[in-house]
Design a protein around this ligand. Structure first.
Ligand SMILES: Cc1ncc(COP(=O)(O)O)c(C=O)c1O
Length: 304
């Protein structure tokens, strides 16, 4: 576990020394919320969006975040300064805290925060040039009426099991359906299809996380007048797609060129996927100067 710095409640250690109590409810029950982003040239990417979603997730499950967002940013900065790499993975976890064993949330003391930072190598270019192969998992995404998939909680067992199905078949990832048989998302990314030049992505009502990449892509589609429809997608529609791709903060847009071993469309990344991917990369570049200036203020505040 080299080149990992973890900040637990303000104490920064290397990865191997980072430990948390077995009575922490995140460990016992997945009673926690989290966010993942990365740095681009030492600047956290879309940090405000991620912190807003963190607070929304916490609020939806009645979990109190034990520090202000300003302090959380400072604690992230402390870990990142120690890590000192150009491109870092950042995972922020907030748990409901520790206490007597028992489901009652009132048993928890103050929440714990954990910030894991580590070097993030570039993903293989083949993912983007050739596309990846996915399966449709037998494991279903949990319904909005159970743990709402739009809460980014530490309770990921459904997704873990779906991902394990994919690995068993040598696939990159798994698409999860909901209990009505409609497409939701992949295990850690949102899903899009293209049919006859129109982009489709499922609505939140299908049961999925409101991805930050998804949100910005929806806006980009509108700004660039790309034909778009946010409607439930059946498994048949998925299999008949001309193009499929997935999106997430660290992966951006990854073309899916095989589904259950069958080629999608031409079997190569399609033109709409490549177009939207380029628009998104340009959008990311356009944010950098502002985000760097905002982060410089956080770094400055560490010295005062
Ligand atoms: C279940 C799930 N869906 C979608 C996403 C993509 O979200 P974002 O674009 O905010 O990274 C993630 C990313 O963590 C995820 O875990």
């Amino acid at each position: 576990m080299s080149n990992i710095i973890v900040n637990i409640n303000g104490e920064c250690t290397d990865g191997a020394s980072a430990k948390i109590s077995v009575f922490d409810r995140g460990f016992l029950y997945g009673d926690s919320v989290y966010e993942v982003t990365q740095t681009i040239d030492q600047t956290p990417f879309l940090l405000e969006d991620h912190l807003v979603r963190l607070q929304n997730s916490a609020q939806k499950i009645g979990l109190t975040i034990p520090l202000s967002m300003i302090d959380l940013k400072k604690q992230m900065a402390r870990a990142l300064v120690k890590l000192n790499v150009k491109q870092a993975y950042i995972r922020v976890i907030i748990t409901r805290g520790e206490g007597e064993i028992g489901l009652d949330p009132a048993l928890a003391g103050t929440g714990n925060y954990v910030i894991i930072t580590k070097e993030l190598p570039d993903y293989p270019q083949t993912w983007y040039r050739e596309g990846v192969s996915v399966i449709v998992a037998n494991t279903l995404r949990n319904t909005k009426e159970s743990v709402d998939p739009n809460v980014k909680s530490g309770n990921y067992l459904n997704n873990v099991l779906a991902y394990a199905e994919a690995k068993k078949l040598g696939a990159f990832d798994a698409i999860m359906l909901n209990h009505q048989g409609f497409v939701t998302e992949c295990t850690t990314s949102n899903l899009w299809i293209v049919k006859d030049g129109v982009l489709f992505t499922p609505p939140l009502e299908s049961g999925l996380l409101e991805g930050i990449t998804r949100k910005h892509l929806l806006t980009l589609c509108q700004t660039h007048n790309l034909p778009l429809s946010v409607v439930p997608i059946s498994e048949d529609e998925l299999r008949a797609a001309d193009e499929i791709f997935l999106t997430s903060t660290t992966k951006r847009c990854v073309p899916i060129t095989k589904l259950d071993a069958a080629p999608i469309g031409s079997g190569k990344p399609g033109p709409v996927t490549l177009q939207i991917s380029k628009l998104y990369d340009d959008f990311v570049d356009s944010l950098f100067t502002r985000e760097r200036a905002e982060w410089a203020q956080v770094l400055k505040s560490l010295k005062t």
